[in-house]
Design a protein around this ligand. Structure first.
Ligand code: AMP
Ligand code: ZN
Length: 494
């Protein structure tokens, strides 16, 4: 069954190109733009990384784990990272290392597989300079008066194919971007000449003929993907905000320098929103994973919640969805435990392994439905739906045969099939059931009593009492989040 995925370039759902089985060296090359490590990644960023992690898992499942090469970079020098060093008056490497470590810890907690290579921009200055020199030699780039180097957009007729941006819009978008040293407002920086007041001690020797300085953001990914995956990659991904100008510029740089197609397939996932607007570091309207763990939610619930929406649709983040995710995970765990009991297997041993389970020879209903949906443009909500339909059917069978141990014996093969299928599905989604689904909060009994009273008052529409009790709870350091049928207590942030 081929994996089909929307291609942002052709704007259609297309089959992913699979590695050539006749060539043992042929692997599927997958480049995913990584984080900018100057601040904590928020769960919007992690929506993109979790979606990409599911993609990576599907590729491994379909082609084999040794047939996929996944590269995800770390942007550890750009305007934002340098801005942060100026703000904090600390060395660039110290800041980027701190946020890289935090990013890794969060990725591990969210059960994201580490990429096979995680190159840093500062570790690839030579490769970027080489590429800029190549572009200058070929007439696609020029040195500006201040010693910076710009890409000449008019030299690449294919510019705009990905974003379908018109020349007029391009001028408006780029007018104020890079100062006034360039020939055309549409051109973008490949190399930025050193400015002591802005850059501190961040500088490297530049391309031939240019000043010392630092690379532009876009060239980083072109150079790192070339180094680790070659001139043409099979799949290039990122969040939707990267489509323009970042990926448009990557295409221009790479294709002009390498003389060949840069990426065979482009995929962009949509943003996570908070109250209708994009969650972003610059807006400050974000949750980190740490914020949610502090509120008592488990990283697995966060991962699950991020998969509840279709990756190509915006998803509004609500704490309610974390509660739904927790109860879904609890159900899954209960079902997996029941299957293990019937099959007389140890649950921890059976479901605790992170290894890729082998694809069962016979695909039975769960796997067929699940893969049918998730291979169809990464329809994660549809795939979760298929999983829960199967779970309900399985539970119905278990309920109907609860008093019939003979039927358990005659169905051992079927239980084993269900276990194998379920393990595979959980691997594909990156969901672990061995972790505690929700970090249990220690709620003092007096707080629970107040909360119960307030809930009862609210149900009785005695809003004055309910409000007074809410205030009492807040004074004691607790907030109550109400849904239609229930409430949840959370410690107030200090
Ligand atoms: P950054 O660290 O800003 O370079 O972003 C890392 C990744 O997160 C990129 O692929 C962005 O497209 C993606 N991203 C940024 N904001 C959001 C958001 N609100 N929802 C989903 N993905 C996002
Ligand atoms: Zn990139």
């Amino acid at each position: 069954m081929p994996i089909r995925l929307f291609d942002s370039l052709t704007r259609e759902v297309r089959e992913l190109r699979r590695p050539d089985p006749s060539d043992p060296k042929d692997v599927f090359s997958f480049y995913n733009c990584g984080p900018t490590v100057y601040a904590p990644a928020h769960i919007g960023n992690f929506r993109t990384f979790v979606v990409n992690d599911v993609l990576r898992r599907l590729l491994e499942l379909e082609y084999g784990p040794d047939k996929v090469k996944h590269v995800r970079n770390l942007t550890d020098v750009d305007d934002r990272t340098i801005g942060q060093t100026q703000k904090e008056k600390r060395p660039l490497a110290e800041i980027t290392q701190k946020w890289t470590d935090k990013f890794h810890a969060d990725c591990d907690a969210l059960n994201c597989l580490r990429p096979h290579v995680e190159p840093t921009a500062t570790g690839h200055i030579r490769e970027q300079v080489d590429m800029i020199e190549c572009l200058m030699e070929k007439g696609n780039a020029y040195r500006a008066a201040d010693g910076s180097v710009y890409f000449k957009i008019s030299s690449f007729p294919g510019y705009g194919a990905l974003s379908r941006i018109k020349e007029r819009e391009l001028k408006v978008t780029n007018t104020v971007a890079d100062g006034d040293h360039k020939d055309s407002v549409s051109d973008f920086a490949l190399w930025k000449a050193y400015k002591p007041e802005e850059d501190g001690d961040v500088k490297w020797p530049g391309p031939r003929g240019a000043s010392e300085g630092r690379p532009g953001w876009h060239i980083e990914c072109s150079a790192m993907s070339k180094k680790h995956l070659g001139d043409t990659i099979d799949l290039h991904t990122g969040g939707v905000d990267l489509l323009f100008p970042h990926h448009e510029n990557e295409i221009a740089q790479s294709q002009c320098c390498n003389g060949t197609t840069f990426a065979r397939h482009w995929y962009h996932s949509e943003h996570l929103l908070v109250e209708g607007t994009t969650m972003s570091k610059s807006k400050g309207n974000y949750y980190t994973l740490g914020d949610l763990v502090e509120k008592g939610y488990s990283p697995m619930a966060v991962r699950y919640a991020l998969l509840m929406g279709h990756p190509r649709k915006q998803l509004n983040f609500m704490l309610d969805s974390l509660r739904a995710a927790e109860s879904a995970l609890e159900k899954l765990r209960g079902y997996a435990e029941d299957l293990c009991k019937l099959r007389k297997l140890n649950f921890e041993k059976t479901f605790g392994s992170a290894e890729l389970p082998s694809m069962p020879a016979e695909r039975r209903p769960l796997l067929n439905d699940f893969l049918g949906r998730i291979y169809d443009d990464l329809n994660t909500p549809g795939a979760l739906g298929a999983l829960f339909t199967h779970l309900e059917d399985g539970w119905q069978w278990i309920g109907e045969h609860a008093d019939d141990p003979e039927s358990w014996e005659s169905n051992q093969d079927a239980f084993q099939h269900s276990i194998d299928e379920l393990r595979l599905v959980l691997f594909a989604l990156g969901l672990k059931l061995d972790a505690q689904v929700a970090t249990k909060l220690e709620i003092p009994p007096a707080i629970t009593t107040l909360a119960e009273k307030r809930w009862a008052a609210k149900q009785a529409k005695d809003f004055a009492t309910a409000d007074a009790l809410r205030k009492e709870l807040a004074a004691a350091g607790w907030s109550m989040l109400d849904s239609k049928t229930d409430y949840k207590l959370e410690p107030l942030k200090k």
